[in-house]
Design a protein. Structure first.
Length: 323
């Protein structure tokens, strides 16, 4: 039922691999998903994937302060950097050479609109953003993203880069079918700029699918996956394990996606082009960039909501390696 829609969506749905190295030498990697919106390099993803970059920037400031204090106290016991402080950070956007140049982040909505340089003509099809009135309970949907990706990233001290094993994203993308169960209205953002409307789905989002599209059978984008909630069912069956009786609480795991209406509002506020479902038939392009601004140039950040993508002198890039 979704094979044609998933086939088209695979072209504009890409993984983002987030790699960090901490003061104690540990390297950790998470995977998320993003959706390319137009041929200017703009894309959408979940805002929470930016949290590690914000922490990295904060940790870098703390490390600098500690270094300055220690330099002014010769002979005294040196203040130590916390072992979990992030000293290297990298986003790998599914291709080598693609870099983040701008990020407009609304953490309350859990939406990040990012500008990526280097995609070029690698993406030829873009999502059709559904009419905000279309999503309704009972609609069959499909969620796409990079779930079940276990990536063993390493850090190369000689080059100062993270090393990611060779991967073929088009073979790793994981779709899971669901139904639009409920629409959740969480009111306006604190700045009263955007309405926060979410779609609940009958199946959970898988780790790694955050930021991925939730589409209908025609391929129209209804929402973007942001989190999974766990509702207790009130059942408490028991089971025997190794001679012990254990009570097992039962839960229903449901996905939550930011609705297309909220996404379109954010894109419109930054005048970012996207393809929208037509009022009658066909599709229309909306959000044209003013002629006074170069095509593809950033449109600015909302106050207090945009961590800079320039992640400092100790940041590292990511490169894939063959095994």
């Amino acid at each position: 039922m979704f094979s044609k829609a998933v086939g088209a969506a695979t072209g504009y749905t890409r993984p983002v691999v987030i790699s960090i190295r901490m003061q104690n030498g540990d390297v950790k990697t998470d995977t998320a998903t993003y959706t390319v919106i137009n041929d200017d390099g703009w894309a959408i993803t979940a805002a929470h994937i930016m949290d590690s970059m914000v922490k990295f920037q904060s940790d870098q400031n703390k490390i600098k302060e500690i270094s300055e204090i220690n330099s002014q106290r010769p002979g005294a016991s040196a203040i130590k950097v916390e072992p979990d402080a992030i000293i290297n950070h990298s986003f790998w956007w599914g291709w080598d050479g693609v870099v983040l140049t701008k990020a407009v982040v609304n953490r309350q909505m859990d939406l990040a609109v990012v500008h990526l340089q280097g995609i070029g003509d690698r993406v030829r099809e873009f999502p059709i953003l559904a009419d905000p009135e279309r999503p309704r309970p009972g609609t069959s949907l499909c969620r796409l993203g990079y779930g079940f990706c276990h990536i063993a990233t390493t850090f190369d001290d000689a080059s100062g880069n993270f090393r990611i094993p060779m991967m073929k994203p088009e073979e790793l993308i994981f779709p899971n079918e669901c139904m639009h169960t409920r629409t959740i209205d969480r009111g306006m953002t604190k700045d009263n700029e955007f309405k926060m409307v979410y779609l609940e789905t009958s199946t959970p989002g898988i780790g790694g699918q955050s930021g991925g599209p939730i589409i209908d059978v025609e391929g129209r984008l209804h929402a973007m996956q942001v989190n999974t909630v766990h509702h207790p069912l009130g059942f408490h069956p028991t089971a025997d394990y190794d001679g012990r009786t254990v009570v097992e609480n039962q839960f229903m795991n449901l996905g939550v996606g930011l609705s297309v209406g909220s996404i379109r509002s954010m894109l419109d506020s930054k005048n970012i082009r996207y393809t929208a479902e037509g009022d009658e038939s066909g599709y229309r392009i909306t959000g044209r960039i003013p002629s006074s601004q170069p095509r593809g140039s950033p449109t600015g950040c909302r106050r207090g909501g945009c961590p800079s993508p320039r992640i400092g002198p100790r940041a590292a890039s990511s490169r894939r390696m063959r095994r």
